[in-house]
Write a protein that binds this ligand. Sequence first.
Ligand code: ATP
Ligand code: MG
Length: 389
Amino acid sequence: MYTSLLVRYGEISLKGNNRPYFEDKLLDNMRRALADLPPHKMRKTFGRIFVELYDDLETVSRRLRRVFGIVSLSPVVTAPLELAAIKEKALAVLADTPGTTFKVQTQRPNKHFPLTSPQVNQELGAYLLSHSPKRRVDVHHPDCYIYVEIRDEGAYIFSRTIPGPGGLPVGVTGRGLLLISGGIDSPVAGYMGMKRGLELTALHFYSFPFTSERSKEKVLDLCRVLAGYGGPLRLVIAPFTNIQKAIRQYSPQEFYVTIMRRMMFRIAQAVAEQEGALALLTGESLGQVASQTLQSMAVINQVVDLPVLRPLVAWDKSEIIEVSRRIGTYDISIRPYEDCCTLFVPRHPATRPSLARVAAAEENLAVAELVKECLGNLEILAVEPEASM
Ligand code: ATP
Ligand code: MG
């Protein structure tokens, strides 16, 4: 019955001169989200986008609900500019809408249409009422609205509004490099970064054989979920075994984690440069663990010049878990495979590492050589969205 999907996008319309760029990006991303379906016609008008439907409302709306920048979606029925046709279509929309009481709400940008908006409301209300014996009109607190928009090219009728994810179209704010572990937090950080328009490259440090092939598969699966929101992405796997061995051998236990993170950041900065990423993203949240105190973050940050974005810095674990469940990463994140970091966490990590002492401890390590060796052995995987999405 529904002929198209009306797509509303909010924030992009506020961005002045950037608007056409943002809109084009949004359209590109919408097309990409539907790429494996027959091509859908999309039309941009009056700050909204209409997507013509085949018989695939559920699939198309499920896909578009993941496209950042979209505020909401409504399945709409179109009718020619004749009252009889509008009545008939409105009745079909009402039949498809739950609720006992309803209200018709008309907008009429097309001033050539012979009836005013209140007249259309009245005519339609009366017609719908007489053809649906179980329904009543309630103009103050209706269970549902039947919206009618009378435009130059025809009338649009709809009742349902499906929320979109909001945010900005992926790609409009640049590229970020997401440091992704197999944990709960970093995939959520990646999601939040994409929500603000970042295109991601993911980077995972992998310590085979301390961590198994399964843990790599887990990260790949997490990236597939992220790709379901932001489109295909690159996953860079960085071999970390030798670095961890060296840290274990040559540095004091209390600094294992701090030095490990500094090594990760050094490598991440080099990978970011290769990938054209302008920032690093992590899943850190202030105070969550020893390496996430302000003192630790400062000492870790000191090895890079790029901004480090921590979208979850002020989130409680319970809030992070809630989002990870909603976006579909939680069940993957809780698979029991060890992360390279969990294996190496000493019993008493320094919560306030001093930069001078950490730097001194690092002098026992061949930092530059280890970084270079790792960068020379990167594995790069192209990740596509999960097929079932
Ligand atoms: P997460 O749930 O994301 O693993 P966490 O609370 O377990 O986070 P840490 O293990 O201290 O925290 O890691 C902090 C951040 O460092 C992670 O959010 C992630 O961005 C990055 N990180 C940790 N381990 C790795 C790894 N093996 N590869 C890439 N990045 C990592
Ligand atoms: Mg972790």
